[in-house]
Design a protein around this ligand. Structure first.
Ligand SMILES: *Cc1c(COP(=O)(O)O)cnc(C)c1O
Length: 448
């Protein structure tokens, strides 16, 4: 059956190759053996491989494994809500709540008063209503799901009017026109890229109009000769026409960011106060909680969302609800600044950051403290930088040093600017400083 005239080496001999052996501490022997067997399986089906070829292929697989599984990283980019790095770190109270709920049973869908089936959607409802001022609310898997649910419920086969200045793509494949199309709604674009008036919305009204949609221009800004429509204008038009207004806020701040040293960003409460029928926003952006999508607004509209069978496919899980409820409790307790990590990061003073930078300077020859621009991220305030402090390492090969830091345990994701590697301290937790310093010390040859 097997007409091969060549033989593969033993798995053991490959494991002992120094280039392969160095992965053992990180990945463990079983996974290395598995990777070797996969390479052997492929080799059997092809030409005789060279010994070096086998080693190279095994190493490539192991490299892949090292970065593939979900693992903590240190965020030295200066972008606080970094979507690629998992957005908002959770507050301790949220982590504790997740652990407690995950460990055992809960009243997830059980009404303890009545002793019968209850609704998971009641578990965070009171807190969201309380904080946002909305009549009612619903929590789903993420904000994209919230938008999809709203469109599917109200606008399938009908029309949604959107200003051309708000036809956004927020990245990760979320484009308003495409989400509308997938939900079976017809997009009616009005106005121009730079100028949209409420009269444009009004002229586009038809018996087929299901919704008037506003979206937060999360990641861009149109400047110059511009005109937009205020929420109140659209709400007033919607009221006259009997058409609900939906605002996709995305980042969903629940506090005035100006109080945290950043520019003011429209809050969920602003949208509710403006009379918007439904507001959608994320749990893991400026709220500082877990991935979730929240819809807040008028009770009769929320009731229709709750009755949509699609909700079952978008439903939120118990660990998310636990984390969200615990995070929202911090808003009720007015301890956002102290206890929600992204707000601690936002409000760390430059003196504090500089003081931490000095500990890096003392330990790393050639490290300098420089001024840096940090960003909120997560589709909020794209143009607004936050003054920050970074540790800068001059090297003749910044790409290689950055790669070496990404290969550290835990990996450190830094930024390259003008040929230097910059580690912005704002999104690095102070208790991670020692780890970063140690990783940098192991990169000598690049530094100094
Ligand atoms: C981020 C964002 C979304 C998507 O939120 P997810 O929670 O990532 O699904 C939708 N709309 C806007 C305006 C956003 O900024």
């Amino acid at each position: 059956m097997n007409s091969r005239r060549w033989q593969l080496p033993s798995v053991q001999s490959i494991i002992e190759e120094p280039a392969v052996a160095k992965y053992e501490t990180k990945l463990g022997r079983d996974r290395i053996t598995h990777a070797i067997q996969q390479v052997f399986d492929r080799a059997r089906a092809s030409e005789e491989p060279s010994h070096d070829g086998i080693i190279a292929e095994v190493c490539a697989r192991l490299d892949g494994l090292c970065g593939q599984e979900l693992a903590p990283v240190i965020n030295a980019t200066g972008v606080i809500v970094h979507t690629n790095l998992g957005r908002a770190p959770l507050a301790d109270a949220a982590i504790d709540a997740v652990a407690e709920i995950a460990r055992g049973y809960s009243n997830l869908e059980y009404d303890l008063d009545a002793g019968e089936r209850g609704s998971r959607y009641d578990r965070a409802r009171g807190a969201v209503n309380d904080i946002t001022g909305a009549e009612d609310s619903l929590v789903v898997n993420n904000c994209a799901a919230a938008v999809l649910l709203v469109l599917d419920t109200f606008a399938k086969g009908r029309e949604v009017i959107v200003g051309r200045n708000e036809l956004i793509e927020i990245g990760g494949g979320f484009r308003i026109p495409e989400v509308l199309e997938r939900s079976g709604a017809r997009l009616v674009e009005v106005g121009t890229t730079n100028r949209v008036y409420v009269e444009d919305f009004e002229r586009a009204l038809s018996p087929q109009t299901a919704l008037l949609l506003r979206t937060h221009p999360s990641n861009y800004r149109i400047e110059g000769f511009t005109h937009g429509v205020t929420a109140r204008e659209v709400v007033e038009l919607g009221r006259r026409a009997g058409v609900p207004v939906v605002e996709d806020l995305g980042s969903g701040a629940l506090v005035d960011l100006a109080e945290y040293g950043v520019e003011r960003e429209r809050t969920v409460q602003d949208a509710v106060r403006d009379g918007v029928g439904l507001v959608t926003f994320s749990g893991d952006k400026l709220l500082g909680g877990p991935q979730a999508g929240i819809v807040a607004g008028r009770a009769n509209l929320i009731a229709r969302l709750s009755n949509n069978p699609l909700l079952r496919a978008l439903r939120v899980d118990k660990m998310t609800l636990a984390a969200l409820a615990a995070t929202l409790q911090l808003y009720r307790d007015c301890s956002v600044r102290e206890n929600i990590p992204i707000y601690r990061m936002l409000t760390a003073s430059l003196d504090e950051l500089r003081g931490r930078g000095e500990s890096y300077m003392r330990a790393i020859p050639g490290a300098e403290i420089v001024e840096s621009d940090a960003y909120v991220g997560g589709g909020a305030l794209p143009q607004t930088s936050i003054a920050s402090i970074a540790v800068a390492i001059s090297t003749n090969n910044a790409d290689a040093l950055a790669a070496k830091l990404r290969a550290a345990t835990p990996p450190i994701v830094a930024r390259i600017e003008q040929g230097r590697v910059l580690l912005d301290l704002r999104a690095i937790a102070p208790n991670q400083d020692a780890t970063v310093v140690a990783a940098l010390s192991r990169c000598d040859g690049f530094t100094g």
